[in-house]
Design a protein around this ligand. Structure first.
Ligand code: GKR
Ligand code: MG
Length: 426
């Protein structure tokens, strides 16, 4: 029951999986956010793809962008807020197809995906960060949250239990480090008052003095509060992720440039620069240093175009994440392996889903890194039985869209999302 500004994760998350097969029997796979609109977009691609040679994959993607289905109100642009109803518009459904086609193309060429995308392979292993969350008490709900599924180590145990204190988060970080070897951490904020979250950052810094530490309240703080908190506790913070956002008629890009002027703190975002139009003013105003260009928000080649621009201009690329399966984990690793420059460790929620893999040969995080496998394409093989099991569970759900207010209302009756109030501050 992970907590964020947008509420609490529900017991089940949904994803759309796409499978493309060729007539030599190879299979290409892709994964993207769940939801019926995204499923409808993916289904509308079918007639555009079938019968075409894999070497035409760029043409196929162009045709899909032109002729694939999109909802009428889908502008394809983000709102600068963690508003989940808007998320599907930021997500590029065709990125799932791009992934599946490149998986297949890699198999055709007998090369791992990172060798055939962007400017090709830049590194053989990719550093991941330990993504820490405050966790609510699932026993306060009657919802079917997973628990007691893994007592093999501390991580398996702590990740299902209530964690709302500084000591709890430090213990969570230690358990994650023991299993995965993380050298860097990100704490998802926007849950408790900013002061408490920053004190937790200080405690994490004391526990892991060498680690890069980042806090992401998803723009919940006002500019004034963000500056004050950074001045008081900022030494423990390597960079701040979306510390503040739009306010008083100013856009998030403007507010973040004021924040940077006042604090000199490097800033990362996955909220105010989510497409190329937004990147232009964000870089002109020097609002950000690190753009977390998730391949699902930008497409695979789009994400790598961002990486090239940032690298040429002395800025930093990274990738943000949502709940995901091992298909996305492999995609993130392949794209990050092809991203030029000195990239920041990559976000992944996968440690929260570890044990729920869809593939038999899922990539592993060891010593904080994922090694790129020698196998072609994505480097993983879908287990159809596991997928079918997940699919049956999906079919049993009334709603396929993400709703973080639903579970939150067990904790605080009538809880509603407010982009300027931490989730537990009501
Ligand atoms: O999945 O709960 C979550 C995350 O908090 C996600 O919604 C955010 O968009 O991880 C993301 C972020 O870095 O902002
Ligand atoms: Mg973020």
């Amino acid at each position: 029951m992970l907590l964020t500004l947008s509420g609490a994760h529900a017991p089940l998350f949904t994803r759309n999986i796409i499978i493309v097969t060729d007539d030599s029997g190879n299979e290409g796979i892709g994964e993207i956010h769940g939801g019926d609109d995204i499923a409808k977009m993916l289904t509308s691609y079918e007639s555009i793809i079938i019968g075409r040679p894999i070497s035409e994959y760029r043409g196929i993607l162009n045709d899909v962008r032109k002729n694939g289905w999109r909802a009428e109100n889908d502008s394809g642009q983000g709102l600068q807020e963690l508003d989940l109803s808007n998320l599907k518009f930021v997500v590029h459904a065709e990125a799932a197809l791009e992934c599946a086609l490149l998986d297949l193309y890699g198999k055709f060429l007998n090369l791992p995906m990172c060798d055939i995308i962007g400017s090709g392979r830049q590194r053989n292993k990719v550093e991941m960060l330990g993504y820490l969350f405050y966790i609510a008490d699932r026993n306060k709900t009657d919802l079917p949250y997973i628990h007691d599924d893994d007592d093999s180590d501390n991580w398996g145990k702590v990740r299902r239990n209530e964690t709302l204190t500084t000591e709890g988060i430090v213990a969570q970080a230690k358990a994650a480090q023991e299993r995965y070897g993380f050298r860097c951490f990100k704490l998802k904020g926007g849950v408790l008052p900013g002061k408490e979250e920053m004190k937790t950052v200080v405690a994490l810094h004391e526990a892991f003095p060498e680690a890069r530490i980042n806090l992401d309240p998803n723009g919940a703080w006002s500019l004034k509060e963000a500056i004050a908190l950074t001045k008081e506790y900022g030494d423990a913070l390597t960079y701040a992720e979306d510390p503040c956002g739009p306010e008083n008629g100013l856009s998030g890009r403007e507010i973040m440039s004021f924040y940077k002027n006042a604090t000199n703190k490097p800033v990362a975002t996955n909220m105010i620069a989510t497409d190329f139009q937004q990147v232009y003013p964000a870089l002109l105003m020097k609002s950000v240093d690190i753009i977390l260009a998730d391949p699902h928000f930008w497409g695979i080649e789009g994400s790598l175009r961002v990486a090239s621009i940032l690298n040429d201009w002395g800025l930093t690329w990274g990738s943000h994440s949502n709940n995901h399966f091992d298909i996305t984990l492999a995609l993130y690793a392949q794209v990050s392996a092809a991203a030029p420059g000195n990239i920041t460790p990559i976000d992944t929620h996968f440690i929260w889903q570890d044990g729920q893999q869809l593939c038999d040969d899922a990539l592993q995080i060891r010593d904080g890194f994922i090694n790129i496998p020698k196998r072609p394409g994505l480097g993983i093989t879908l287990n159809h039985d596991k997928l079918e099991k997940a699919h049956q569970q999906y079919l049993s759900l009334k709603n396929h869209d993400r709703d973080d207010a639903m579970a939150m209302q067990y904790l605080i009756p009538n809880w509603q999302y407010d982009h300027k109030k931490p989730a537990l501050v009501r």
